[in-house]
Design a protein around this ligand. Structure first.
Ligand SMILES: Cc1cc2nc3c(=O)[nH]c(=O)nc-3n(C[C@H](O)[C@H](O)[C@H](O)COP(=O)(O)OP(=O)(O)OC[C@H]3O[C@@H](n4cnc5c(N)ncnc54)[C@H](O)[C@@H]3O)c2cc1C
Length: 422
């Protein structure tokens, strides 16, 4: 592979597939590489907010996603610690979000990137990159099936049989880092930052026979954190418990004990117990954490970070897919302009950084405020009681979390006054 690509997109989740599709559709030579082979599972609550539907349509992939027969949800119910339930609807039932497995969604988006003209490499992990004086990146890819070479007994260095990894070198003018929360690209550039005060983990599984409402998802606030339940197509449901291991003074176990840990959390709350009374697992549980992370900046010379690689806080509000797609649209526009001007320096890419901050700043502030409320059960109950008395406010919150309305609306004195008076 000796040609110089206009861009290499590292990571083929929603952000990477969208970036590759948008760049290739604009006539650019794009390589998309992902360490995984698709379809692959991705730990997620699998709520797709309504805003993403417009983005799927723009990408030309909505009919294929509809063909997967996703469940439609009209909003989200939050069950406060004291039991008060608030159902926030996106648009009185007129607008819906979708519920479907990431296993199916992500493969559909990846296939679309290929159809738009991007070259797609599955099972290849980006393992290094260097920007030369000519401004071109040399990117090292390692086949995900390859055996890593280690100096030691039996290795090539010790004169024994060598495990020769499958490697490839790729040249590209720009890198789009779309490699998720643990972004190699962000780490390699020294941009990745932890969120030491928010270290939640998630354990998620698919189940059959969960007794949950058919037309909306539920977020049940519990003593350990919360549990999200999302009915999916085919009688499946996604059940995801989110915990703070430090607050529980207990690490998340691996292997066979993960199932016991999960079952204990389900047994902890009467509603999750009831919902799961007849549930049967449909596949294995997956755990991940700490979930929150951020990048100090989302641009560097020749590089843009998109999706979770640029930052992720908490899935409580369904933050994720729609934001990843919206950020990617902004990144692609700035990158296309920079490519046509032949200037890919960090300053030329800066409009993406400022655009991101303006678009997502209030939303991220809201996520932090909500986590602060959840950490205080009496306050959470108080807010829930008030939202129950003013359905418009509950709906507004749902529209903001569904990315249909700017989160800044919730920081206006009018909203706070209405909440207090409700
Ligand atoms: C527990 C949990 C629940 C969530 N629930 C929701 C929800 O209900 N709704 C919602 O909208 N969002 C949710 N999110 C967030 C959502 O999953 C992410 O925001 C979304 O997946 C971001 O997409 P992405 O493309 O940036 O990254 P990802 O989807 O993580 O994709 C990254 C890709 O990069 C690949 N990769 C990684 N490293 C390399 C490398 N070195 N080389 C090549 N490839 C690499 C990976 O294989 C992966 O395919 C949730 C997140 C968590 C953790």
């Amino acid at each position: 592979m000796s040609a110089v690509f206009d861009a290499i997109v590292i990571g083929g989740g929603p952000a990477g597939s969208a970036a590759a599709a948008l760049l290739a559709r604009a006539g650019r030579e794009v390589l998309l590489c992902d360490a995984a082979r698709f379809p692959r599972h991705k730990i997620c609550g699998e709520f797709v907010p309504p805003a993403a539907l417009r983005q799927f349509a723009d990408l030309g992939v909505l009919p294929e996603i509809e063909a997967l027969r996703p469940r439609r949800h009209v909003g989200m119910a939050v069950i406060a610690p004291g039991g008060a339930e608030v159902l926030g609807r996106y648009d009185h039932g007129a607008a819906c979000g979708l519920s479907l497995r990431r296993y199916d969604l992500d493969e559909t988006l990846l296939r679309n990137a290929g159809r738009c003209g991007a070259r797609v490499l599955q099972g290849w992990r980006a393992a290094g990159f260097e920007r030369g004086r000519d401004g071109i990146f040399d990117v090292e890819l390692v086949s995900a099936g390859a055996v890593p070479v280690r100096a030691g007994p039996g290795s090539a260095a010790a004169g024994g049989p060598a495990a020769v990894p499958d490697r490839a070198a790729v040249r590209a003018r720009a890198i789009v880092g779309a490699d998720g929360r643990n972004s190699f690209v962000a780490r390699r550039l020294g941009l990745r930052r932890a969120e030491p005060r928010h270290r939640k983990w998630a354990v998620m599984g698919h189940f059959l026979g969960v007794e949950s409402p058919a037309d909306h998802g539920e977020m049940i606030v519990t003593s350990y954190g919360y549990c999200g339940i999302n009915p999916l197509p085919g009688g499946l449901a996604n059940v995801c418990v989110v915990v703070d291991p430090a607050a529980m003074r207990r690490p998340i176990p691996g292997g066979a004990r993960l199932r016991d840990f999960f079952q204990e959390r389900i047994a902890d709350h009467p509603l999750t117990r009831r919902r799961m009374a007849r549930a049967e697992p449909a596949g294995s549980l997956r755990a991940t954490g700490p979930m929150a992370c951020r990048a100090a900046r989302s641009v560097a010379d020749g590089v843009l970070l998109v999706g979770d690689a640029a930052g992720f806080y908490d899935p409580f509000t369904g933050e994720g897919i729609a934001m990843a797609l919206r950020g990617t649209e902004m990144a692609a526009e700035v990158l296309l302009e920079a490519l046509s001007r032949g200037d890919l320096g960090a300053r030329a890419l800066e409009p993406y950084e400022t655009g991101r901050r303006a678009a997502f700043g209030p939303r991220l502030r809201l996520d932090r405020v909500l986590q602060g409320v959840l950490a205080r059960p009496r306050l959470a109950d108080w807010v829930a009681r008030r939202l129950r008395r003013d359905q418009d406010l509950a709906d507004l919150l749902a529209r903001v979390t569904g990315d249909m309305e700017d989160a800044a609306a919730l920081f206006r004195p009018r909203f706070l006054a209405r909440l207090l008076l409700a």
